[in-house]
Design a protein around this ligand. Sequence first.
Ligand SMILES: [Zn+2]
Length: 337
Amino acid sequence: MLRFLLIFVYFCFTTSQGFSQKKKAKTSENFVLEQLAPGVWAAIHNDQYGKAICNAGIVDLGDKTLVFDPFMTPQAARELRAIAEDLTNRPVTIVVNSHFHNDHIRGNQEFTPFATIISSTYTRDQIALMEPEQQQWEKHHAPALLKATKKIYNSATGIDREELPMWIGYYEGMMESIDNLVITLPDIVFNDSLWILGSKRNVKLVEFKNCHTASDVALIIPSDRIAFLGDILFVQRHPWMADGEPASWQASLKHLYEDQSISTYVPGHGAVCDKRGLKSLQDYFDNIQQLTNSAMADSTQSLLLTQPIPKQYQNWYFSRFYQSNVKFLLSAIKHQE
Ligand SMILES: [Zn+2]
């Protein structure tokens, strides 16, 4: 997913503004704000050419303001910060990265030096390892990918026509930001779980191992029955499987589904949902796994790769991930043999 999904953006980097100098921004073309409870907001990426790319969260802890997953482009992150500070009337002092993919971490630079950035140990290590190479790759490939995507869009129909503005926003954002990125690593790391206590509410960061990546952190707000799941959850979108482990990912989805203490879920990509969103992704895993198992048993793997996306998923975004997911699952089965 990294190569594709890492197509998110930045615009013009300027030195971080002080809180007293912040500009108020209540709306953005890059995302839509959705209040989930008093003091809790989801910032949902705008699929129409937005440059946020992933979803984010703003949580008012009473005496501290926390942002979860500060987007791909510093420009969108700057807007998020302004809105968070306007809503809570204080600077953002805690930022959480759910995992290492570019669309969830590159806004970090807009929150320093005021904020502490928190992630799992694995995620910090991966950002340090992957970002230099990833950014070089994007520098070389984003212009051609943007050009090709725009060309395809001109003659596209149906779901492709609907989805491609999202990819155009992704590549445009990448190109606008790539020369101004500053790799900004988390400065607090943890394994397993971490409570952050506030005067108004407490939140728990929980590390899920071997899901979408080897380490994905969810932010749980027990008092409001809300969970920000990062890319553990995709809603009405094909998930990116190839950096993860589908079997244990499925087990985590099942665990989350059965946990009655949470009722509202914010995915890394897609709309806020209830338990039906979790179930839908579980079913996707089951169905695609079944298709690949049958193809292996019948030795029809290459045929499966030429088949269209199953009907129930033809209107899901990230359609280009489907073939990658099938290939990944087929190779995983081969490995087990
Ligand atoms: Zn991801």
